[in-house]
Design a protein around this ligand. Structure first.
Ligand code: GDP
Length: 445
């Protein structure tokens, strides 16, 4: 998968990373080529455009690291953005199948690989997750569709619901549900009928099945080779049926891969698995970071930049610690701390991670800070000038009023913030005398 896109991008970035100093023009030219490469890979236009915009923005604001070239840095930014575009919530391949028997509804157009994928996934759930799985074919239209699933079931050693001729899909779904409960199955999979294109009858049938089965997961199986059509199909199914994820098949043959890149951005639904061949083992979880790595093929550079960034952060932390030890703790430092707290779930969450600080946190005014308070405090700091942030002692009455007004808050809140900044400064200084500060900071970075 992704060979063509990968080759194209490889060419662009080979040129870029060979240069020492990069001008803005170089970056812009390279990004224009990236955009063309994305479009050629059948990534939809708005997605490609947003992608380039995001990369440009991050490239402009990136912290410059001496040990890597700007070109290498751009590669890393593109890499991270690819991951972003490809990512959904949760772990790759994660399915909600905790409550037994959990129904999984498989939907999609005919020929997309639905039946094959049903069996592949059943095999994976059986072997890897040790689930007891029942498969049922609801395809009463296509001749031999039910037998196809039965044959696959025998091949992989997974039970299928016995075929009863003349039953309609809803009745089969009900029977599968009963059988799954009685038989002690963890999961039952419903392989619905497909059509050559989306039509109302198909949607109505699938919706009726959905209503009786109440599926925990509704997976759309689409042919990845169809590019943007796959994305449109997903949009349609999601609108009408509501899907929880996508399986892209035939990614073994795909040189383009645009569907994968547009899917998440356009439908908001994650790609859970990819099909990589006709064999029953040819199903992989979709892992955004690995896929991004494969598309770019520049793992060495990405690793190099990551290493350099870590070094840079360590240096910054070291410098910061030296200042803290001297009792220098300004509003920029506080802002950073507050942002860290936001990430870690409030003051107590953070303090609890710092040895010996749990008690201190409770004594301070900052105790019990919640998210909305953090946001207000950061807004206050944002309303300060650069000079004021570096020297909070400049803040006299008129400045305070201006800042409070600028952030839409009360002066009393600003006073509390100033007190907190002083207290934290004192605390850092005290801790700096022992080894506690170093220990605490190493836990934070
Ligand atoms: P359905 O009509 O959606 O149920 O499609 P099928 O499961 O019957 O699959 C149609 C054809 O596509 C079969 O010949 C499968 O072997 C093939 N197929 C399914 N998934 C993949 C895949 O990931 N890669 C390749 N190369 N072929 C696949």
């Amino acid at each position: 998968m992704f060979e063509n896109l990968s080759d194209r991008l490889g060419g662009v970035f080979d040129r870029l990373t060979k240069q020492g100093a990069l001008s803005e023009d170089d970056v812009r030219t390279a990004l224009r080529e990236v955009r063309v490469a994305l479009l050629e890979a059948d990534v939809s236009l708005p997605v490609a455009r947003n992608f380039i915009k995001a990369v440009e923005k991050k490239a402009t604001g990136a912290a410059v690291t001496k040990s890597v070239t700007p070109g290498q840095q751009v590669v890393k930014i593109v890499h991270d953005e690819l991951i972003e575009v490809l990512s959904g919530e949760g772990e790759p391949g994660e399915l909600r199948i905790d409550q037994a028997p959990a129904p999984i509804l498989m939907v999609g157009l005919q020929g997309g690989g639905k039946t094959t994928t049903t069996a592949k996934l059943a095999k994976r759930l059986t072997e890897r997750d040790k689930k007891k799985v029942l498969m049922a074919s609801l395809d009463v239209q296509r001749p031999a569709a039910m037998e196809q699933l039965e044959v696959l079931g025998k091949q992989i050693g997974v039970d299928t619901l016995p075929i009863v001729k003349g039953e309609d899909p809803v009745a089969i779904a009900k029977r599968a549900k009963t059988q799954a409960s009685l038989g002690g199955y963890d999961v039952y999979m419903l392989d619905t009928a497909g059509r050559l294109s989306i039509d109302e009858e198909l949607m109505a049938q699938v919706a009726a099945v959905r209503d009786v089965a109440n599926p925990r997961e509704t997976l759309l199986v689409v042919d990845g080779l169809t590019g943007q059509d796959a994305v449109h199909t997903a949009e349609n199914f999601d609108e009408r049926i509501g899907i929880s994820g996508v399986v892209l098949t035939r990614m073994d043959g795909d040189g383009r891969g645009g569907a994968a890149l547009s899917m998440r951005a356009i439908t908001g639904k994650p790609i859970k698995f990819v099909g990589l061949g006709e064999k029953m083992d040819a199903l992989e979880t979709f892992e955004p970071d690995r896929v991004a790595g494969r598309i770019l093929g520049m793992g060495d550079i990405v690793a190099l930049v990551e290493k350099a960034q870590q070094t840079l952060e360590a240096e910054q932390a070291e410098r910061m610690m030296k200042r803290f030890q001297k009792g220098q703790f300004n509003m920029n430092d506080l802002k950073m701390q507050l942002e860290q707290m936001q990430k870690m779930g409030g003051m107590e969450g953070m303090m609890s991670m710092m040895p010996g600080m749990g008690k201190m946190a409770k004594q301070m005014d900052g105790a019990g800070i919640d998210d909305s308070m953090l946001r207000r405090q950061i807004a206050l700091i944002n309303s300060m000038t650069k000079k004021e942030r570096a020297n909070p002692q400049l803040l006299q009455a008129s400045r305070k009023k201006r800042i409070a007004k600028g952030s839409g808050l009360e002066v009393s809140e600003l006073n509390k913030l100033l007190k907190m900044q002083r207290q934290m400064g004192d605390m850092m200084k005290k801790m700096g005398k022992g080894g506690a500060l170093k220990q605490a900071m190493s836990g934070m970075f």
